[in-house]
Design a protein around this ligand. Structure first.
Ligand code: ADP
Length: 343
């Protein structure tokens, strides 16, 4: 339903040319929560703004339901834009207007009569669970509440697409969780398509169906979220994921081992449930201590990381490691040589 065909955005700033989006080909399906991740400056914001033509592409096509909207002008363009809502990192609320007025404002702008406006704002406040804040000014709201007003405002005209530009990046963990839960609920209730850009991989894990990784204006990898986390291919994806999934042990603890080996095991996919650790303990004459670990569930599939210390004779340790490697095909072992830092 959203298709970008060979989209390029080039900015000319004085002598400098910035190629913010390069040869972007992308199809986002109806009802999908599609994420775009990447480091700062990768071109994410520019790309999401191309979708509603807040940013006109230098070349290429933007198709919504098969219609190339870069060709539209005036009323026809305004109509297509009404079908897309947008929320922002810093909420963009009008400080001199109440919550009610902030939402009503967009309905007024699109010519909805007064009575209908009241009805719709009341409905939207209920949807985002802010019915008791109608007459409050933005300054008296928490970040999460401000973003909920932003969401209500973005949904006012019943858009089919919701664009989210770093919508949780200014929020603390609790408020981020609240907004992600709300977006999940909205997605289920309204079957809306959500395009969400972020540099926070935690958001990707919780909300997205598919994700595109951007680097230097290009899409370098696209996959479903689980696959990106379990098997990132591009260096940028690998680096974003490893920062998110990694666990570290205090150096003092690593230095305290006088024998044995520490291994870092990544569990991926179905086999992560295999009782590998207990099998190793039974089969080989080694002692296993679990030092640290976590398991995430992405789309209900486990993805875990475990730091284990193995002690025993060199031969038994070698056999145990071999067994682990052979029995969990989707597992990667990162060895720590004793008394050295994490490789
Ligand atoms: P991201 O959202 O991934 O941080 P942006 O899309 O904001 O990346 O920016 C991509 C590149 O384009 C950056 O180098 C940025 O400086 C540049 N850029 C973005 N908007 C403009 C603009 N209006 N004029 C000039 N350069 C811009």
């Amino acid at each position: 339903m959203i298709e970008l065909k060979d989209v390029n955005v080039v900015f000319q700033v004085g002598e400098n040319t910035v190629h913010a989006c390069k040869n972007i080909h992308l199809t986002i399906n109806r009802g999908e929560v599609f994420g775009i991740v990447g480091l700062s400056g990768a071109g994410k914001s520019t790309l999401v703004r191309v979708i509603n033509l807040l940013q006109k592409p230098t070349s290429g096509q933007v198709l919504i339901h098969g219609q190339d909207i870069t060709k539209l002008k005036g009323r026809a363009l305004r109509k297509v834009r009404l079908e897309m809502g947008m929320i922002f990192q810093h909420f963009n609320l009008i400080s001199g207007k109440t919550v009610f007025e902030n939402i009503e404002f967009v309905l007024k702008a699109s010519g909805v009569p007064k009575e209908k406006r009241k009805e719709r704002v009341t409905e939207l406040l209920k949807l985002v669970d802010l019915s008791d804040k109608a007459n409050v000014y933005p300054a008296n709201l928490s970040g999460g509440q401000k973003q909920r007003v932003g969401i209500a405002r973005a949904l006012a005209n019943n858009p089919e697409i919701l664009l989210c530009d770093e919508a949780t990046s200014a929020l603390d963990l609790e408020n981020t969780e609240e907004i992600l839960n709300l977006l999940q609920r909205i997605r289920e209730q309204l079957n809306i398509t959500i395009v969400f850009i972020t540099h926070e991989m935690e958001v990707a894990k919780k909300l997205f169906d598919r994700v595109a990784v951007m680097s230097h204006g290009e899409i370098v990898e696209i996959n479903d979220v689980y696959s990106i986390f379990a098997h990132p291919v591009h260096e940028v994806s690998k680096s974003l994921i490893s920062k998110n999934l990694n666990i570290e042990l205090p150096n003092e603890l690593l230095h305290s081992f006088t024998d044995g080996t520490c291994i870092k095991i990544f569990y991926k996919g179905e086999r992560s449930m295999d009782p590998i650790i207990s099998s190793v303990a039974k089969k080989y004459d080694v002692h296993l201590s679990i030092l640290h670990g976590k398991i995430d569930y992405i789309h209900k599939k486990p993805l875990g990381i475990l730091l284990v210390h193995l002690s025993g004779s060199d031969t038994e340790i070698q056999k145990a490691k071999q067994y682990i490697q052979e029995n969990v095909a989707e597992m990667e072992i990162i060895r720590l040589d004793e008394r050295r830092e994490l490789l």
